[in-house]
Design a protein around this ligand. Structure first.
Ligand code: AMP
Length: 404
């Protein structure tokens, strides 16, 4: 079954085309990205498996034209991997916010579109772009099933004490203010795959997944189900991130707004785009650059990276207590997959639980599946590269088959 996975941002479309025989037998046919939609120098980079890369700069005014570029690249005589659009069996869309409407992936219909639209308030940067993406794809491939996979769905198993904020209850009733979490597709994928990799029975396991990238979150997974997660009503809560502040005392928000004469929109921008690594260092939001600065003796860069380790440690420690122990800690996403020192420093903070971390082996691995603890370690620690697209492709395949 040929599945096209689409991840639409406000000015970009990322895509992967997979040939799915079943959940575990699949091949990547092509992947790529359309960037700077709406700008004069928009471009597409298309990477077909086993063929040369195609790069093209052309005006792409909107997502509908962007989707047409994606489809044209897939059937291009030189760089294409399909003979016609008709070869695509289903399209899976990544959706950032599904609130408490969706606890799993669904076939897109008008009711689903309305609910994704309702959730725009909770993810104003992402959901409107997802809607554009689905509408554009429906216009070019009207008879192909479209499936929506939600970043929030995996977290829907949390119970009220974990998802409620201690605000007046009416805000939950009137405005649906509660913890929804994010990165759910990634946490679900790595917890399942990690259990398999570590030889654990997922249905009888306590796993903590650390998705540490430009956006970061930590999730507690008991018996394969999310029991708690660090991101909240929006992906702003939790630990320090590239440009997001993570959890802060809420009183700081009105205080700074008054002092700096900021509107709610401006304050939201400060907390989402000007804080985190960037705000604290004053120099960069990128972990690679931050490591270079630390190596050159920059004290603030060192403090930022120490805070990163501290924030993860506090979240993991809290979730260990919440689950009454932990069998497996998993690292994933750009920062954790590529920075051995981070995995080492966090893991060594859990020596008290009996973690025996294999530092020498850890130093040799990057972006591959690896067990980072010695066989006699009481708690296992693993590196599991995330694969959200594969999760979306699997769900899309199952839903398309059910609805055939
Ligand atoms: P993500 O959001 O998962 O793509 O992760 C992005 C973050 O991963 C950025 O802060 C990058 O600096 C970091 N990262 C990606 N590749 C590397 C690398 N090779 N070495 C160090 N950090 C990396």
């Amino acid at each position: 079954m040929i599945i096209l996975v689409i991840n639409c941002g406000s000015s970009s479309i990322k895509y992967q085309l997979l040939d799915m025989k079943n959940d575990n037998d699949f091949s990547l046919l092509a992947k790529g990205i359309v960037e700077k939609i709406g700008l004069p120098d928009s471009n597409i980079t298309h990477k077909p498996t086993g063929k040369a890369k195609m790069e093209k700069t052309a005006p792409i005014p909107d997502h509908k034209v962007g989707m047409k570029f994606v489809l044209d690249a897939l059937v291009d005589p030189e760089y294409g991997v399909l003979s016609s659009f008709g070869d695509i069996d289903a399209v899976g869309h990544r959706i950032v916010q599904g609130a408490d409407f969706f606890s799993g992936s669904v076939l897109v219909d008008e009711d689903v579109m309305e609910k994704i639209g309702f959730c725009c308030d909770f993810a104003p940067l992402h959901n409107p772009a997802h809607i554009l993406g689905i509408r554009a794809m429906q216009a070019v491939l009207p008879s192909v099933p479209q499936v929506a996979t939600f970043d929030t769905a995996f977290h829907q198993t949390m119970e009220a004490p974990a998802y409620m904020y201690a605000l007046p209850y009416e805000y939950y009733q009137k405005y649906r203010v509660r913890r929804y979490g994010a990165h759910g597709t990634s946490h679900q994928y790595v917890s399942r795959r990690g259990a398999e990799f570590a030889g654990l029975d997922l249905n009888d396991s306590r796993i903590i997944t650390c998705h540490i990238g430009n956006g970061s979150s930590v999730t507690a997974v008991r018996n394969g189900k999310c029991v708690d997660t660090s991101m909240g009503f929006t992906p702003l809560e939790g630990m320090i991130m590239g440009t997001r502040c993570g959890s802060i005392d809420a009183s700081i928000v009105p205080y700074i707004m008054r002092k700096e004469n900021l509107t709610p929109e401006q304050m939201t921008e400060v907390m989402n785009k000007k804080s985190g690594f960037l705000g604290l260092s004053g120099k960069t939001s990128d972990c690679r650059d931050m490591c270079d600065l630390r190596a050159a003796g920059d004290e603030r860069a060192k403090m930022v990276l120490d805070k990163l380790v501290l924030d993860i440690t506090k979240l993991v420690g809290g979730f260990v207590a919440e689950m009454g122990g932990v069998d497996l800690i998993i690292f994933t996403a750009g920062i954790a997959e590529n920075n051995a020192w981070l995995r080492r420093d966090v893991s060594n903070n859990f020596k008290y639980l009996g973690v025996k971390f294999d530092e020498a082996f850890n130093d040799t691995v990057r972006g591959v599946e690896a067990m980072l603890t010695t066989p006699d370690s009481a708690v296992k620690v693993a590196l599991i590269p995330t694969d959200e697209e594969l999760m979306i492709a699997r769900d899309t395949m199952h839903i398309a088959l059910q609805n055939k």
